[in-house]
Design a protein around this ligand. Structure first.
Ligand SMILES: Nc1nc2c(c(=O)[nH]1)N[C@H]1C(S)=C(S)[C@@H](COP(=O)(O)O)O[C@H]1N2
Ligand SMILES: [Mo]
Length: 162
């Protein structure tokens, strides 16, 4: 893994890969996520079964803007096409959570989900980005140290008239 210098510490550069049904799959560092898109701010409180309520302030780009720039393989003009897509977000420890594209699409759920570049003012370069789900009451989808975002179509069994 390449090494970068942040402050006075040498740290491994964490990056996340956008993969799946995309026209422009890409690998992005936290620095890329900060420089490439408008940074939004979210003050959130979520509950953890083990630790109790957690309160944090996150900054980062909207997940939908980063994924849109990777070119999801749907027809953007067709809402029914967009409504079939899913995203799976994986952390460095293998923990992963699923979202639907419609959940974050402005024409559907419009959830302001972020790929965090800062947590409580601290740059996330040393840890990797964290998924921020401001409307989630539970912390489980706040996936940290993100390594991969997969985009793809939900494929239920073929329609047989039932
Ligand atoms: N990569 C990764 N991210 C994760 C988890 C995890 O086990 N692995 N746990 C989730 C859970 S259950 C909670 S409550 C939040 C906050 O956990 P923390 O306070 O330990 O950061 O992180 C979430 N993100
Ligand atoms: Mo949790």
């Amino acid at each position: 893994m390449p090494v970068d210098r942040i402050g006075t510490r040498d740290v491994a550069v964490r990056s996340l890969a956008l993969v799946g049904a995309l026209h422009r799959p890409v690998t992005l560092t936290v620095t890329d996520l900060r420089g490439g898109w408008e940074q939004h701010r979210a003050e959130v409180t979520f509950d953890c079964a083990k630790e109790g309520p957690q309160h944090h302030t996150f900054e980062g780009p909207l997940l939908r803007e980063v994924v849109a720039d990777a070119g999801p393989a749907f027809d953007v003009r067709r809402r029914k096409d967009r409504s079939r897509f899913l995203l799976a977000v994986t952390g460095g420890d293998g923990h992963h959570a699923v979202l639907s594209w419609a959940e974050i699409d402005a024409d559907f759920g419009d959830a302001p989900v972020l790929l965090a570049t800062r947590m409580d003012g601290r740059p996330l370069e040393p840890d990797g980005s964290q998924l921020v789900m401001p409307r989630d009451r539970c912390g489980a989808r706040y996936v940290s140290s993100i390594t991969r975002v997969w985009v793809g179509v939900a494929q239920p069994p073929p329609y047989t008239g039932g």
